[in-house]
Design a protein around this ligand. Structure first.
Ligand SMILES: *Cc1c(COP(=O)(O)O)cnc(C)c1O
Length: 588
């Protein structure tokens, strides 16, 4: 890695998962942001991060006897865990000046290097009652609230970094389109008082040189769009016109993905397959791929940390040493897993009163409850599942995941899992753990025997929970989408459900057939062959799908590329756009 002296990366993300006690994230995007900062601190990358404070968190999920989700604000007191910064800035929102302050959290790397995180807060006396709520709720409110939040994040964040003296040599990394309005502030800086209509390609190019954009979703609803009335009202006529003059507004709509694409010098998707899909959706921009990872130390459970420390102690400093897990004796893998499984079952008992049986294969599924993730796919044929469990070996299923408060389809899915659990009583034990957060994710991804994932292809950009599982020797059983296209060697690191280009019927059939004929016989009949798959998951996937490798790639390919780096070719999948639209239509 070659990092120029004085350079700094300013990483912007609407959500960041810093630690369990700070509820400023909703799911995968936030966990990835937190893991990115943890690895940047370990690797001593000069970086600062900006996000919103989210005083009311995302929400706390409780589930009633029918699986109906109830939500409560996740209140916390920033004052007790964060340090106030003296710097102030302000942004203009719908003609009002909104004052912003920041709270600081330090992410400290293995060698002591600090990546400061600034959490923006508009709850200040000089602001109106409504403006004071702008940094309260993550993904709460309507589209007007969202746009105002994005002004605070992008423009307010850029302003406060300037006030703190970080702006001079900064490279701005937009983690998803929510922060794309940074580019508007940078454009205004380039204009430096010149008339707006003076804006030219050279100004855009200077902004572009400073910006990196990572797009995270092929789901059309994942791209924020604001219509003309909305963005003119919030940004004001002058700024709105600047965006129009800079040709970043299309069809009278401000699309944050489009804005970030147009004003970044480097754009990446988060897995190889996701790059193909994204390139097909945006054929005019060269799109690279840096596959996601997870922070290895954070997501490796204590029994496996101890095992790796004993056998491959270098793994902490350099995650690539996990490759040498391939020589760890299989008994030791099985022993460590018995310990993680026991911790998980203790917690399940404590939370639900259900005593799971450690001798039975336990399949985990946990992620945001939303239709395209198809949490209920394994219940497509309940009688068949019953029969398989009766014939080939007993099965326990453990679920987790929150539905966004307005995602009725997601909430219905949770109820369907409860209904299936009732139907399967006496045949297959099904447990749903409420309030899936970092601590439960940690226990589940390390303590189950098999990690199930079956989203509608190609809508999963990457997925990261299967990577957490791999670090703990838990193989994945997943459709070939997102990271699993790269991580799956069928029968070696886990198993594929269906074929790369197959449809849902093919997947349902395969799900049951492989479970019955391959997975259960191996688990119950050949424990050492099973342990071999566990060990391969660590050695082949844990060693690669981590944020240490990922941040290294960002440094090398995006932040500080060598001077002679060749441009990224524009090469898309011909049918990617149709694939996404038909898949999305299918899950609506
Ligand atoms: C890892 C993680 C996720 C993301 O999981 P996916 O596999 O990407 O769906 C979401 N929520 C929590 C709490 C996590 O730890």
């Amino acid at each position: 890695m070659s990092i120029p002296s004085g350079a700094i990366v300013a990483y912007f993300s609407m959500e960041i998962c810093l630690e369990q006690a700070i509820p400023t994230y909703s799911g995968g995007l936030g966990v990835l942001a937190g893991d990115t900062l943890r690895s940047a601190a370990d690797l001593e990358v000069p970086m600062v991060a900006v996000t919103l404070l989210h005083r009311k968190g995302y929400f706390t999920q409780t589930l009633d006897a029918n699986g109906q989700q109830h939500e409560a604000p996740d209140l916390w007191s920033p004052e007790t865990v964060l340090a106030p910064e003296s710097a102030r800035s302000s942004v203009e929102i719908a003609g009002r000046h909104v004052a912003i302050r920041a709270w600081r959290y330090d992410v400290i790397g293995a060698g002591g290097h600090v990546v400061p995180v600034f959490l923006l807060d508009t709850d200040l006396e000089e602001n109106s009652e409504w403006d004071r709520t702008l940094t309260d709720c993550l993904y709460g409110g309507d589209s007007h609230y969202r746009l105002c939040q994005e002004v605070v994040l992008g423009m307010g964040g850029a302003a406060i970094l300037d006030a703190m003296g970080y702006a001079e040599d900064a490279t701005y990394h937009m983690n998803e389109g929510h922060a794309a309005l940074i580019t508007l502030t940078l454009l205004e800086r380039e204009l430096a008082g010149r008339a707006r209509h003076d804006i030219g390609e050279a100004d855009l190019e200077r902004v572009r040189r400073r910006c990196i954009f990572t797009t995270h979703t092929p789901v059309p609803a994942g791209h924020d769009r604001f219509d003309e009335g909305e963005y003119r009202g919030v940004l004001g006529d002058d700024r709105a016109q600047l965006l129009v003059d800079a040709h970043v507004v299309e069809d009278h709509t401000l699309n944050m993905t489009h804005l970030a694409l147009r004003l970044s010098r480097y754009v990446n998707a988060v897995a190889m397959r996701h790059r193909e899909i994204t390139q097909g959706m945006f054929p005019d921009y060269p799109i690279d791929s840096i596959t996601n990872g997870v922070h290895a130390l954070t997501w490796t459970a204590a029994p496996f940390q101890e095992l790796f420390d004993r056998r491959i102690p270098e793994w902490r400093r350099d995650n690539q040493y996990l490759r040498y897990a391939i020589d760890i004796p299989l008994e030791e893998i099985l022993d460590a897993h018995a310990a993680t499984k026991a911790s998980l079952f203790d917690e399940v008992l404590k939370r639900t009163g259900v005593k799971l049986d450690p001798a039975i294969i336990t399949i985990g599924f946990a992620r945001r409850a939303t239709p395209y993730k198809r949490a209920d796919l394994i219940f497509s044929d309940i009688n068949r599942l019953k029969a398989i469990a009766g014939r080939s070996g007993r099965i326990q299923l453990l679920f987790g995941g929150k539905a966004h408060p307005r995602d009725e389809g997601g909430k219905a899915l949770i109820r369907q899992i409860y209904a299936a659990a009732a139907e399967l009583e006496g045949h297959v034990q099904v447990v749903y753990l409420a309030n899936y957060e970092m601590d439960i994710a940690h226990l589940m991804t390390s303590g189950v025997d098999l990690w199930l994932n079956n989203p509608t292809k190609p809508l999963e950009a990457s997925g990261t929970s299967g990577m957490k599982a791999a670090l703990n020797g838990v193989p994945s059983y997943s459709v070939l989408d997102g990271w699993w296209v790269e991580g799956c060697i069928d029968g070696v690191t886990g198993w594929a459900i269906g074929r790369a280009r197959g449809g849902p019927d093919d997947e349902i059939a395969d799900l049951y057939v492989k479970l019955e004929r391959v997975i259960l016989p191996l688990f119950y009949g050949l424990p050492f062959s099973w342990a071999n798959v566990m060990r391969n998951a660590i050695a082949l996937n844990g060693s690669f799908f981590n944020t240490q490798r990922m941040v290294g790639q960002y440094v090398h390919n995006a932040y500080f590329p060598p001077a002679n780096q060749r441009p990224i070719p524009v090469a898309g999948a011909e049918n990617a756009k149709e694939d996404v639209h038909s898949a999305w239509a299918g899950v609506q």
